[in-house]
Design a protein around this ligand. Sequence first.
Ligand SMILES: *Cc1c(COP(=O)(O)O)cnc(C)c1O
Length: 289
Amino acid sequence: MDVISFEKEFINLPSPVQSLEHPLFEKYGVEVLIKRDDLLHPIVSGNKWRKLKEYLLIAQKQGNKGIISFGGAYSNHLYALSYVCNSLNLSFDAIIRGNELNSTSNVYLEQMNSWGTNLHFVNREDYREKIAPIGVITTNKLIIPEGGFSEIGVDSMIGLANELENITFNHLFTAVGTGTTIIGLGRFLNQKTIHGILSLKNKSEIQDHLNQTLRNSSNVIIWDQFIQKKYGKKNTELEQFCIDFKSHFGFEIEPIYTGLMIQSVFQLIEDKYFETGTKILLLHSGGIK
Ligand SMILES: *Cc1c(COP(=O)(O)O)cnc(C)c1O
């Protein structure tokens, strides 16, 4: 199957935009909308399809037989890529951080294994080099950087930017991993203010990525004050926020990315960061798997 047929058949484009009602929004006089990119696909959800599309088109054009990429044992990027490669009949080598792991270490790795992905577990020093380990054939394969960050990943966000173009809003908020999503939005929606909520202590990396890829990044605001002390582990307040969110709004967010981003926006609303009448657009970047 080719990339465009896969998109037409399986990716629910364009994703809907919903208006959210909450007493807090009423109290502070703000309007809140959410772009439901989590509904694009149950597995290749959120920004993952957005980012991968351009790479997959390149692989197709070049006639590549396979893909190589990098990530951690819980990487949404590798998980989505594993599923897509299986559907597109591309071989996939996933280079995974942590040589103490194996294909049964968690359900995601097990699933990737069952989708035919070749899992390669490397120690942390070797992982840092971001090169395919000895024994992995690299000829005629496309290497996608960790999390999909590169000019290609950034340019790939044009599809989402086009869908957002006709929505009226003052501030757009997104979660940040590698920054590919926010940088792409910063590039293609350069008249809008785009906020990124960092989950990881990687502000300098994001700043480097911004400097590498955006000539003018004055419309992009990076927030690092909401980073949780225990990334990926239980944080009861945030976990509870996600549970309450689901019971109030009727759909799920996960704590690491979207949950933290939305909790931070709630905090900013309470802190009167926004003037009355402000329209806030949240990007639900997926991550539910
Ligand atoms: C991967 C991921 C992100 C991070 O996106 P970047 O483009 O790397 O910044 C954000 N939210 C969710 C749900 C993700 O899975």
